[in-house]
Design a protein around this ligand. Structure first.
Ligand code: MIC
Ligand code: SF4
Length: 645
């Protein structure tokens, strides 16, 4: 850690603790971002803290996830978000202005600063040399209140890039290659720092693509140096004054190291249903494809979109195949339009969607039953497209565009000369869709709609947890399976009682009803439980259904923090005990208060089968306090009160 970029930025922001991998530290947060789907809850929680204005250097609220407005719910959410932003000192990026991570990179990110976002892909900002971390909305609300963010200090994995990307090989192929090598849990407990001569040959949007998908590796954050390339990008965005150089010290110490020879890489594809199920495109070439979707926070920069336009120029989308394109921001979309590239896309038969998350989060464009959809996105978990029976494949925008024309998976290297796209000297800068906070906050009334329900009261922690294993699930369960998104469910994000009826729906349709009938219970999970999204609804809604504990072989970082924030005890158990317990078994866990407080191991009694085993909560002193206070909101309120005195 010593001398690394991550070590330097964490040290600059350290408030409590010692930066040793695995130890809990508290850092100050310079900037926050929220998006609409997690933002409404984050701001409801911020309101519950009772502060007048945010206390960060810069907080931005984006509307990008739910822009379908199939009913009044979304529109009400947008109005709520805009009025809260105006009143509380937050910049508001209006619907249509683009995907949070892309716009933040273009307009707000600053090298060397910390950014906490209520979205798991917040590390995208690492492309600019910023430490971006994804968290639950409540943690972001606390950061907006000026409170530190607590995390386990990561170990630093230094990845050295040598050489240069060959023709037709994209930044996306680099991260798919890393996923193939390291798996979706390979980055857990780590921060990834990129270095070496190959880095200077990647521009900022390419670096951002790689940093973005470090999330799929399970990494806490991913960071690139801030160098002349970064400076050039910021200059082209008209904000060179935000630049400062950041590099690792000569003797920087990495806990782990890896070398990637960029020139050896080739176009890759991730097959269903996991982003680490990666093979070379060549291995699946010729596979028929029904739908292609290009865009998302991973791959919707100007450069990627121009590449797509050049591949599509003069071509036609294959018969029977639907191609959608969602540019990452209004800046990108307008530049495509003014350059004529948009016309090439339209002429080829592409369906142009607005600059938003769109199909990536299942907001429209669900593919047909049992079909194959090829996407330039970052996740291909089962059901994420909105069609449970469809297989989602992930590949670079170039592979996607070439395949859309052919109607089957194509290795673009067959197309001959690759498009040559340079970043412009000047991007088209127009911030008119970013609303500044009101100067006179008193003039603004926060507007709530009927679907916006208050944050539910937290039940106090029980000293004895007794209940049935309501559901036993396997390894790598994602939050998309725990609390699905998509066009039907996303509009319910501001309404916990209603959204909780959909908990675990893709796995077990009856789960919510069973939990309600039993008045709660326990969930049993395998390894890496809760990977994927930062959505705190995957903890908040189960808590509302009365879930008191989740037992799992291991947990994903953000989800574990969210469970604690909402008073659910995360208990790690040995895999042989996971095997021995079954759905329907009655469990009893006693002396919770004492064990939480003293950091001891817990004894879990399987009453049905008549055996006991030990579990471990591995709580820091602060996390114990949070659980004992009945969740992070109560805990934070107590602290803010203490501050007033
Ligand atoms: C996602 O990609 O799953 C999301 C939607 O952006 C989530 C946030 C959410 O659930 O609102 C994420 O990645 O954190
Ligand atoms: Fe939006 Fe998809 Fe990125 Fe999540 S992963 S922020 S849904 S584009």
């Amino acid at each position: 850690m010593r001398g690394t970029i991550i070590g330097q930025i964490l040290t600059d922001h350290l408030i409590e603790g010692q930066i040793d991998p695995g130890q809990e530290i508290a850092i100050s947060i310079d900037q926050t971002l929220t998006q609409d789907a997690t933002g409404t809850m984050a701001y409801l929680q911020f309101e519950a803290l009772g502060l007048e204005r945010v206390r960060t250097e810069r907080s931005v609220s984006y509307v990008d996830h739910n822009t379908l407005q199939t009913g009044f719910e979304n529109a009400d959410d947008h109005r709520f978000l805009q009025t809260v932003a105006a009143k509380r000192g937050i910049y508001f990026s209006r619907p249509g202005n683009g995907i949070c991570h892309q716009v933040h990179l273009e307009r707000f990110g600053i090298p060397g600063k910390t950014l906490l976002g209520s979205d798991s892909h917040t590390p995208t900002a690492g492309g600019l040399g910023m430490v971006g971390i994804g968290a639950g909305g409540l943690d972001v609300a606390l950061a907006m209140a000026g409170m530190p963010f607590y995390l386990r200090a990561p170990a630093v994995l230094g990845i050295t890039f040598l050489g240069e990307l060959p023709a037709w090989v994209a930044a996306y192929d680099v991260i798919l290659y890393l996923l193939q090598q390291l798996s979706v849990s390979g980055g857990v407990g780590k921060a990834i720092e990129y270095r070496g001569p190959g880095v200077s040959r990647l521009n900022v949007p390419q670096r951002a693509t790689i940093a973005n998908m470090g999330t799929e590796l399970g990494a806490t954050t991913s960071v690139f140096p801030s160098d002349e390339v970064t400076r050039e990008f910021l200059r082209a965005q008209g904000r060179e004054e935000d630049w400062r150089p950041i590099a690792a010290d000569a003797g920087a110490e990495y806990e782990e190291e890896m070398i990637v020879e960029l020139s050896m890489l080739e176009p890759m594809v991730a097959a269903p249903h996991s982003p680490d199920n990666v093979v070379a495109v060549g291995e699946l070439a010729g596979m028929p494809i029904d739908q292609v979707c290009i865009g998302s926070c991973t791959n919707s920069s100007y450069q990627e979109m121009m590449t797509v336009a050049q591949i599509l120029r003069g071509q036609r989308v294959a018969e029977g195949l639907s191609l959608t394109i969602s540019p990452g921001s209004r800046q990108v979309l307008e530049m495509l339009a003014r350059s004529g590239a948009l016309a090439d896309m339209i002429a080829a038969g592409a369906r142009i969607l607005e600059a938003a998350c769109g199909p990536c989060i299942g907001m429209g464009q669900s593919p047909p039953s049992n079909s194959v959809t090829l996407r330039s996105f970052n996740r291909n978990f089962r059901g994420r497209s909105g069609t449970l029976s469809a297989g989602i494949y992930l590949a670079s925008p170039a592979v996607c565009a070439a395949s859309a024309v052919a109607g089957e998976l194509v290795d673009p290297r067959e197309l001959g000369e690759p498009p040559s796209v340079q970043l412009p000297k000047r991007f088209l800068v127009d911030d008119s869709m970013i609303v500044q906070p009101a100067e006179d906050a008193r003039s603004v009334n926060i507007q709530y709609g009927p679907n916006i329900k208050p944050v539910p009261e937290q039940r106090p922690l029980a000293d004895v947890i007794e209940g049935e294993i309501l559901l036993k699930v396997g390894d790598d369960i994602s939050t998309d399976e725990i609390m699905p998104a998509g066009a039907k469910i996303l509009p319910l994000r501001s309404n916990i009682p209603t959204i909780s009826e959909h908990v675990f729906e893709p796995i077990d349709q009856d789960f919510a009803a069973r939990a309600q009938a039993q008045g709660g219970g326990i969930i049993l999970g395998g390894r890496n439980y809760g990977q994927g999204s930062s959505r705190e609804h995957a903890a908040l809604a189960p808590a509302y259904l009365g879930i008191q504990a989740v037992l799992a072989v291991s947990f994903a970082r953000i989800h574990r923090a969210n469970l604690i924030n909402f008073g659910i005890v995360p208990i790690e158990i040995p895999s042989q005990d996971y095997e021995r317990c079954q759905q329907g078994d009655e469990l009893r866990i006693k002396d919770i208060y004492a064990t939480v407080q003293n950091g001891d191991r817990l004894i879990v009694e399987n009453v049905t089968k008549g055996f006991s085993f030990t579990g471990d909560c591995q709580l820091s002193a602060r996390q114990a306090q949070v659980l004992l206070s009945g969740g992070a909101l109560n805990w934070a309120k107590q602290r803010l009160k203490g501050e007033e005195r």
